[in-house]
Each structure stands twice: as C-alpha cells, then as structure tokens.
Design a protein around this ligand. Structure first.
Ligand SMILES: [Zn+2]
Length: 106
C-alpha cells in the first residue's frame, strides 16, 4: 500500500499521476497543473543540413566546409541531449503518483 510521503498528510488515497491526469476533464484547471513535461522537438534536420552543406563545401575545396560540418555534428549532439533530457522528465512523470488528499505529487 502506497501512502502520501508528506509528513502532514500520509493519506493512503494516492493515484497514479498519468492515470489521474488522463481521467481529468479537459476544462479542469488541474489538467494544466499535472500536465506531463512538454516534449522537445528533436529536429535533427538543421544539424543534418549543416553537415551536408559542410561536406559539399569541403568537396568543392573550401576548408570552411569542415567548420560547417563540425558545427552540424555539435548541433546534432545538443539536440540529442535535449531530447534525452525531455525523455527522462517524461519517464519521471509517468512513474509519479498524486495524493488526492493534499494534491502533492511524488
Ligand atoms: Zn498527501
């Protein structure tokens, strides 16, 4: 049996946060309060475009291409790290519970 970890509460009346959130009506103000973390838009296309542009520049003999290609790779890594961080936050949210007595989440 899971109980609320708040020392002032300790209520056994807890619910799965994702399950509770999905059961809320759309007009409920709690819908925003308990909403899952926003997903980041993992758009790799800018990184990919820079990489391709860099390679094209390199092939055409411009050393600037190396810089552009490296920038593309670095950008891709940053996008990937942001996406991984957002996925972690979402996983935390998925495994959270909400106390129906004191409305705390844990
Ligand atoms: Zn509580």
């Amino acid at each position: 049996m899971v109980t609320c970890p708040s020392p002032k509460c300790g209520s056994p009346n807890v619910a799965d946060l994702p399950h509770y959130w999905r059961s809320l009506p759309a007009e409920s103000p709690l819908k925003a309060v308990y909403a899952p973390p926003a997903a980041v838009d993992a758009s790799y296309w800018i990184a990919l475009a820079a990489l391709v542009a860099g390679i094209v520049l390199l092939v055409s003999g411009s050393l600037l291409g190396l810089l552009v290609a490296v920038a593309g790779v670095v950008w891709g890594v940053l996008v990937h790290q942001r996406a991984a961080g957002a996925a972690r936050l979402l996983a935390d949210w998925e495994s959270s519970r909400v106390c129906l007595a004191c409305t705390g989440t844990f």
